[in-house]
Write a protein that binds this ligand. Structure first.
Ligand code: SDX
Length: 393
C-alpha cells in the first residue's frame, strides 16, 4: 500500500493547486496580489479596492468601484435575529469564537447558499460576507465592554465604519482620525491574501466538497485562530508584555525559544515560506514607528520588540533556521495604538484575509476542482478477530 503514496507532513513540499491570485517568493521576500506588489498596493490603494482586485482579478474602474462600494455599504446590517444568537454568548467569549459561529450561522439565515447558485447569487453572498463581517466583529468587542452595539453608518467608508462601530458611544460623538483609518487600511491590505496558507487551504478543502461559502469561510476563521497561524499576533503582544513585566530581559526569552524542552516559541518569528524578512513585516515595522509618532504614543513594548528582533537576528539558532519576523510580529503594536484590544487582533487578521479566502474559494469552484481527499500510510494493528466483552482481560 505504501508503493505510490509519499507522506509530506504539513504539506511542506506539496503543491495543492494552481492559482492566479497571489505570488510569493520566499527566498526573495516578494508578495504580489494579481501581479501588483504589496508595496505599491499598501501605499497607493485602499483595502476595498484590493478586495475587488483579489476577488475579480483586476483593479476596479471608478464606476466598478462605486458600484462595489455601494453594494457593500447597503448590506452592512445583520439580521436582527442573529442578535439573539449573539446575546447567548458569555461576556468573556473570545471574539474569534463568536465570529466563526456567527459566520457559520449566516448559512442558516441565507439557506439559498449552495453549490448550484448562479454567479449573481454567489456575488450577493460575497457582498454579504464583506459587508457584515465588520458589523459582527465589533459586536463582540462592545459586549465585552458592556457597551451597546453600534449600527453601521452607510455614509462611512469601510475602515471608518468599522472604527465607528468599534469606538462610538451614545454619550459622545466619535470622530474617525484619518491617521487611524489610513493605518487600518494598510494593515488590512497586507493581510488580504497569502496563497495556500493553513486557513486558505482549509477554506478551499471545505469548499471542495461543495459546502456553501459561509460554512467554508467559517472554517477558515477557525483555522486562523490557531496560535501558530493568525492567533500569533495576539501571542506576540502577550509575549512582549511578559518580557516587559520580566524587566525587559529579551535574552532570557531567546534562550527559552532555543531550548526545545521549554516548549516556548518566539511568536511572530519564522515562516513556512519566507526564509528571509517577511515583506509585510518590513512595511508594518515602518508603519508602527510612523503611526505611534503621528499619534504621539510612546509604547515601551515597541522598544522591546525592536530589542528582541535585533537579538534574534544576531543569534545563530535563528540565523541558521532562517527565522525572521513575520507579519504578526509588529502588527499588534499598531492595533494597540489604534485602540484595538489584544483579543481582537486575530479578528482583524480575519477581516483582512476575508477577500483572499473569498477569491481562493471562488477560483477553486470556478476551476471545478475535485473534492480534496488525501491518502495515508496505515500504521495501526494488523487484522484481528473480534473478542466478546466477557472474554476481554
Ligand atoms: C502566519 O503560511 C502563511 O502564509 C501564514 C501567514 C499568512 O499570511 O497566512 O503568513 C500568517 O501564520 C505567520 C506565522 C505566525 N506564527 C507564528 O509567529 C508562530 C511562531 N512561528 C512558528 O511556530 C513557525 O515558524 C511557523 C509555524 C510559522 C512555521 O513553522 P514550520 O515551517 O513548520 O517550521 P518548523 O516548525 O518546522 O520550524 C523549523 C525550525 C524548528 O527547529 P528544528 O526542528 O529545525 O531544530 O525552526 C524552529 C523549529 O523549532 N522554529 C522556531 C520558531 N519557528 C520555528 N524556534 C523558535 N521560535 C520560533 N518562532
Amino acid at each position: 500500500q505504501t508503493g505510490y503514496i509519499t507522506i509530506d507532513p504539513g504539506y511542506k513540499n506539496t503543491g495543492a493547486t494552481k492559482s492566479a491570485i497571489t505570488f510569493l517568493d520566499g527566498e526573495e521576500g516578494v508578495l504580489n496580489y494579481r501581479g501588483y506588489s504589496i508595496e505599491d498596493l499598501a501605499e497607493k490603494s485602499s483595502f476595498l479596492e484590493v478586495a475587488y482586485l483579489l476577488i475579480y482579478g483586476e483593479l476596479p474602474t471608478e464606476k466598478q468601484f462605486a458600484e462595489f462600494e455601494h453594494e457593500i455599504r447597503t448590506h452592512t446590517l445583520v439580521n436582527e435575529d442573529m442578535r439573539k444568537i449573539f446575546e447567548g454568548f458569555p461576556v468573556n467569549a473570545h471574539p474569534m469564537g463568536v465570529l466563526s459561529s456567527l459566520v457559520s450561522a449566516m448559512s442558516a439565515f441565507y439557506p439559498d447558499a449552495n453549490a448550484q447558485n448562479s454567479e449573481a447569487e454567489t456575488q450577493l453572498h460575497i457582498i454579504r460576507l464583506l459587508a457584515k463581517l465588520p458589523t459582527i466583529a465589533t459586536w463582540s468587542y462592545k459586549k465585552s465592554q458592556g457597551h451597546p452595539v453600534n449600527y453601521p453608518q452607510n455614509e462611512l467608508d469601510y475602515c471608518s465604519n468599522f472604527l465607528n462601530m468599534m469606538f462610538s458611544l451614545p454619550v459622545a460623538k466619535y470622530n474617525v482620525d484619518p491617521v487611524v483609518s489610513a493605518a487600518l487600511n494598510k494593515l488590512l491590505i497586507l493581510h488580504a491574501d497569502h496563497e495556500q496558507n493553513c486557513s486558505t487551504s482549509t477554506v478551499r478543502l471545505v469548499g471542495s466538497s461543495h459546502a456553501n461559502i459561509f460554512s467554508s469561510i467559517s472554517s477558515g476563521i477557525s483555522a486562523l485562530w490557531g496560535p501558530l497561524h493568525g492567533g500569533a499576533n495576539q501571542e506576540v503582544i502577550e509575549m512582549l508584555e511578559a518580557i516587559k513585566a520580566d524587566g525587559g530581559d529579551t535574552q532570557k526569552y531567546i534562550n527559552m525559544a532555543k531550548d526545545k524542552s521549554s516548549g516556548f516559541r518566539l511568536f511572530g518569528f519564522g515562516h513556512r515560506v519566507y526564509k528571509n524578512f517577511d515583506p509585510r513585516a518590513r512595511i508594518i515595522k515602518k508603519a508602527a514607528d510612523d503611526v505611534l509618532n503621528k499619534l504621539g504614543i510612546n509604547d515601551p513594548v515597541l522598544e522591546i520588540a525592536q530589542k528582541l528582533e535585533k537579538a534574534a537576528l544576531e543569534d545563530d539558532y535563528f540565523v541558521q533556521r532562517k527565522l525572521y519576523p513575520n507579519v504578526d510580529f509588529y502588527s499588534g503594536i499598531i492595533y494597540r495604538a489604534l485602540g484595538i484590544p489584544t483579543n481582537m487582533f486575530t479578528v482583524m487578521f480575519a477581516i483582512g484575509r476575508l477577500p483572499g479566502w473569498i477569491a481562493q474559494w471562488k477560483e477553486m469552484r470556478v476551476n471545478k476542482e475535485p473534492i480534496g481527499r488525501p491518502r495515508q500510510i496505515y500504521t495501526g494493528a494488523p487484522k484481528r478477530d473480534f473478542v466478546p466483552m466477557s472474554e476481554r482481560k
